[in-house]
Design a protein around this ligand. Structure first.
Ligand SMILES: *[C@@H]1O[C@H](CO)[C@@H](O)[C@H](O)[C@H]1NC(C)=O
Ligand SMILES: *[C@@H]1O[C@H](CO)[C@@H](O)[C@H](O)[C@H]1NC(C)=O
Length: 249
C-alpha cells in the first residue's frame, strides 16, 4: 500500500513537472563572469525539467548574454546608464588578474582584489536600488509569485529582494575570497590545517610549513580583509526593509 502511494506521488510529481505552467517558478539573482558559467548549467537543467526560470540581469552584464534565444527568461534591470563603466571594469579586471596579481604575494594580491571589489560598491548599490525602489518591477515580481530565489551572494541585494518578496532562497556560489562566505554563511567545515584557503594558492597536500601558512592566510582573510563596505550595505538593507536587519555577513 505504502509503495503504491509512493509510486503515485512520484508519478504526480512527474506529471506536474512535464505539464505546462504547474511547475516551480524560480527567480535568480546571479553574479557575472565565471560564476555565471557554473550557474547557467544548473538553471538550464531546471528548465529542462519544466521549471520556469527568470534571471534578473544588469543591462551591462559582461557574459550573461540575455539577447540570445534561451530557455531562461531574462528580466533586464532598468539601470541608469553608467557610461563606459562595463568596458572599463572588464579591462581593469583582466589587467589585474593577468598582469598585476600574479606578480604579487598572496596577501598583496588579495588586497588588490579587495580594492577592486570595493570600487564596484557604487555600481552595485545603483543596481540594487534600480530593483528594490522600482515599484513597477517589484509589483511584477510580486505578482509572479515565485516559489524560490537562487542567489549568488557575491553580488549583494539578492537576499534583500527575497525578503521583500517573502520568498525563500537558496545560495549558490562558485567561491569567495578566502572561502569566508562558504565558511560562515554556508557552514562549510574548513579547518585551516587541512582545507586550503581559496586564493591562497595551496592544495590539499600541504607540508607542515604550508599548513602554517594556510592557517595565517585563513586568519588574514577572516580578520584583516573586508571585501565589502559592510556599514553601507547594512544601512541600505535596513532602510529598504524599514527595519534594522543585520547584514548577512
Ligand atoms: C544538465 O545539462 C547539461 C548540459 O546541458 C547536461 O550535460 C547534463 O546531463 C544535465 N544534467 C542533468 C542532471 O540533467
Ligand atoms: C522601473 O521599471 C520599469 C520597467 O519595469 C521602467 O520602464 C522604468 O523606467 C523604471 N523606473 C525607473 C524610475 O527607473
Amino acid at each position: 500500500m505504502l509503495s503504491e502511494k509512493w509510486i503515485s506521488a512520484v508519478l504526480l510529481l512527474h506529471l506536474c513537472c512535464t505539464g505546462s505552467g504547474s511547475c516551480g517558478k524560480v527567480l535568480v539573482w546571479p553574479c557575472d563572469m565565471s560564476h555565471w558559467l557554473n550557474l547557467k548549467i544548473i538553471l538550464e537543467n531546471l528548465t529542462d525539467r519544466g521549471h520556469e526560470v527568470t534571471v534578473l540581469v544588469s543591462p551591462d552584464s559582461l557574459i550573461i548574454d540575455y539577447s540570445k534565444p534561451s530557455t531562461l527568461n531574462f528580466e533586464v534591470i532598468p539601470i541608469p546608464q553608467d557610461g563606459d563603466f562595463t568596458t572599463n571594469i572588464l579591462n581593469d579586471f583582466l589587467d589585474l588578474a593577468t598582469n598585476v596579481m600574479p606578480t604579487m604575494s598572496r596577501w598583496q594580491s588579495a588586497r588588490k582584489m579587495q580594492e577592486f571589489l570595493l570600487q564596484l560598491t557604487g555600481h552595485l548599490k545603483l543596481l540594487c536600488e534600480s530593483v528594490v525602489y522600482n515599484e513597477s518591477i517589484m509589483k511584477k515580481l510580486r505578482e509572479t509569485n515565485y516559489d524560490v530565489m537562487v542567489i549568488d551572494p557575491v553580488v549583494h541585494c539578492g537576499e534583500l529582494i527575497a525578503e521583500l518578496l517573502e520568498v525563500p532562497f537558496v545560495y549558490t556560489l562558485r567561491f569567495f575570497m578566502g572561502g569566508t562566505v562558504e565558511k560562515y554563511c554556508g557552514k562549510l567545515p574548513a579547518p585551516p590545517s587541512y582545507v586550503p584557503v581559496v586564493m591562497g594558492g595551496l592544495t590539499d597536500r600541504m607540508t607542515f610549513l604550508e599548513r602554517v601558512k594556510n592557517v595565517m592566510l585563513s586568519l588574514f582573510f577572516d580578520f584583516w580583509l573586508e571585501p565589502y563596505d559592510i556599514q553601507l550595505w547594512d544601512q541600505f538593507y535596513s532602510e529598504a526593509l524599514g527595519k534594522r536587519l543585520c547584514f548577512p555577513f
